[in-house]
Ligand binder design. Structure first.
Ligand code: NAG
Ligand code: NAG
Length: 636
């Protein structure tokens, strides 16, 4: 008995100790649970809508978000940009997921290095930011085809963003790969993801009633359990949304009607401005858009004063490296987005603080009980000695390093070329060559997407684009070679013409009304393999270069490599590769005059610079400490 009683006292003590432990644990947990960097993976309640406000762990919570895309920021700078976001007083990172980078060929996935989404989300957690994930599959974002892979367009019947089986099957197979990589990073599983967006501005597209329920189910059935949202502008809200997801709104100016409208379609729910457009993007041949800081701050204040949550699109825009920028449909033509995605955002393209940043920090600091972390120190910038180009390769000499040319009686658009393991060509240039036996009127029948340099016997004779659909082929003797070097300037990322974004030659080209036939078609996607192949060749001395061509020089870096901005004032149009990295397009029509070159992509000593130039060069590449995004214009 004695023994038994003792045991039972022990048992009681133990139970008592356990209860005390649990209570203390709960108190400690409650105190730290609002700080993601310290929180434990035991959680009771993620983001919820409680009448007109959000709660997190049952406590009122206001989303102060900012967009920054891992795919537009050199990985070495991810942490820097996120620390600057945190120091601005934001509590939530929002990011899109670009399907076309993650699945470059059907069934071939890339979540490594620059595309390590999991590492990016973990970094946000480490810095103390919650995450709202916007996995698309369509993301808009001034990104080629709104983030959709171009190989989808190989199917001539493709209906993007609908329940067309060829599309839903591809989405399912992408989500099978994507969702398991991020599901364990959701809030209730101890991670920082507090919400997931279903598709993107579908109300502005609205081609299929079954599509949004399909996407929602595609997320939920793969283990997405956190709060769901949709995102639309005022117009899009009319047809936007899906049952079981909170509608949010996108705008730049605070229009009281928009807020009333949101209230009417969705009463007694928290309001989030999912995309508060803190600036704007730029198009080639246009001006650099600026959204006046005073006006921006006034709208942000008004949004906060009305008790709404906000996400700054963009907080930090970054860069459309490579060939990834999108375009706007401007029938009959299209206008391509520039390489910089500075966006006139609070944090500049290269991570500099702006007046917007400083004023927002002051404003957001009032929404925190503790003082904000100090602003991280800025990166040094350098102007390097001008790069002197000393050798070149005519484009024509590099053709043997592309895949075998495809021969076809009629022109074939780039997506349907039998290259890249049956995935077609996605980006860059495509060369179409045939022969002619006379001169005359060469008419594109508006089948050039988007811009073709035309050559006879490899001598330049002019450009065909949306504005110029006919040029004269001079008379000449015998059989001559006719070449059209067609550039995909970027697929449209917004609007109802997504299905029509095939590039290259999309139909017949006629000479004196007779369709040209028997083409040799070269795919010039200028991918890293191609660039490294041609850089190993014997290049020509630069005395009398012919164009188009590849031009090579060396950038000398003494000491620690720093960010810089490349300038090519004596060149017309092309692409710059530094140590194999595609920095993006330059074009003398502007507005953008400099290309951002991040320090982490340089090394001490000799750096290889290769420029693909279409028409002219003065053989010099300069650099500068400061960017030049061109003549400005107010977004208004
Ligand atoms: C949730 O809403 C109810 C009713 O409006 C309110 O009484 C309660 O305080 C709210 N809870 C939080 C955490 O805001
Ligand atoms: C194209 O090539 C085929 C086969 O070589 C030939 O029969 C035909 O005449 C050519 N067509 C033209 C327009 O040159």
């Amino acid at each position: 008995m004695v023994v038994l009683r003792l045991r039972s006292i022990h048992t009681h003590r133990r139970q008592y100790a356990i209860i005390c432990f649990v209570i203390v644990g709960l108190i400690v947990y409650r105190n730290i649970s609002m700080r993601p960097e310290e929180s434990k993976p035991i959680r009771r309640g993620g983001l919820k809508a409680n009448s007109s406000q959000f709660t997190l762990e049952g406590v009122a919570f206001r989303i102060l978000g900012g967009s920054a895309h891992y795919f537009r920021i050199p990985r070495a700078y991810w942490k820097d940009r996120l620390l600057k976001m945190k120091a601005c007083g934001l509590n939530t990172l929002t990011t899109y997921v670009p399907w076309n980078l993650h699945e470059p060929e059907r069934g071939v996935f890339n979540f490594q290095d620059q595309l390590d989404l999991e590492a990016y989300i973990r970094l946000a957690e480490e810095v103390g930011l919650w995450v709202i994930l916007r996995p698309g599959p369509y993301i808009c974002s001034e990104w080629d085809l709104g983030g959709l892979p171009s190989w989808l367009l190989r199917d001539k019947d493709m209906k993007l963003r609908t329940t067309y089986p060829g599309f839903t099957r591809a989405v399912s197979s992408f989500f099978d790969e994507l969702i398991p990589r991020i599901a364990h990073l959701q809030y209730m599983r101890g991670g920082p993801i507090i919400a997931v967006q279903v598709e993107n501005e579908y109300g502005s597209y609205a081609q299929d009633d079954q599509y949004m329920p399909f996407i929602k189910e595609a997320l939920v059935s793969r283990g997405i359990t956190e709060f769901l949202m949709t995102s639309d502008n005022h117009e899009g809200l009319k047809l936007g949304g899906v049952v079981g997801a909170l509608k949010t709104i996108n705008f730049q100016k605070l229009n009281p009607e928009s807020i009333q409208y949101l209230d009417a379609v969705q009463p007694h729910q928290p309001k989030l401005v999912m995309e508060y457009w803190a600036g704007w993007f730029d198009l080639w041949g246009d001006l650099h858009h600026v959204f006046v800081v005073e006006e921006m701050i006034a709208v942000v204040k008004a949004i906060l004063n009305q008790g709404m949550s906000i996400n700054l699109y963009m907080f930090h825009g970054g860069t459309n490296f490579g060939f990834m920028s999108g375009a706007l449909a401007r029938p009959p033509g299209h206008r391509a987005v520039v390489t910089s995605y500075d966006y006139d955002a609070p944090l500049s393209e290269s991570g500099d603080y702006t007046q917007k940043y400083n004023l927002l920090r002051e404003l957001f600091s009032k929404y925190h009980s503790e003082t904000l972390p100090p602003k991280p120190v800025l990166q040094w910038r350098r102007a390097y000695d001008a790069v002197t180009v000393y050798q070149y390769l005519p484009l024509w000499d590099t053709l043997k390093f592309t895949e075998e040319p495809f021969t076809s009686a009629s022109p074939v658009n780039m997506e349907n070329l039998p290259v890249n393991n049956g995935n077609g060509q996605s980006y860059g240039y495509t060369l179409y060559e045939t022969t002619v036996t006379s001169g005359g009127a060469l008419n594109s029948r508006n089948n050039v997407r988007d811009r073709a340099l035309v050559f006879v016997d490899r001598m330049y004779i002019g450009v065909l684009d949306y504005k110029t659909i006919e040029i004269a082929v001079p008379d000449g003797k015998g059989v001559r070679k006719l070449s059209l070097l067609v550039e995909n300037c970027g697929r449209v990322n917004y609007g109802k013409v997504l299905d029509e974004q095939r590039k290259g030659l999309v139909g017949d080209i006629v000479l004196n009304n007779i369709p040209l036939r028997n083409f040799s078609i070269y795919s010039l996607d200028m991918n890293p393999t191609f660039i490294s192949r041609i850089s190993g060749l014997r290049w020509n001395r630069l005395d009398k270069p012919t164009f188009p061509g590849f031009f090579q020089g060396q950038l000398q870096v003494s000491g620690y490599p720093r960010d810089t901005f490349l300038k090519l004032p004596g060149w017309s149009k092309g692409v710059v590769f530094v140590n194999g990295q595609n920095l993006g397009r330059y074009w003398s029509v502007g507005p953008q005059q400099t290309l951002y070159l991040p320090g982490p992509w340089l090394w001490k000593g000799v750096n290889q610079v290769i420029v693909f130039e279409e028409l002219e060069s003065d053989g010099k590449i300069q650099s500068s400490r400061t960017p030049d995004l061109g003549m400005t214009v107010d977004v208004n």
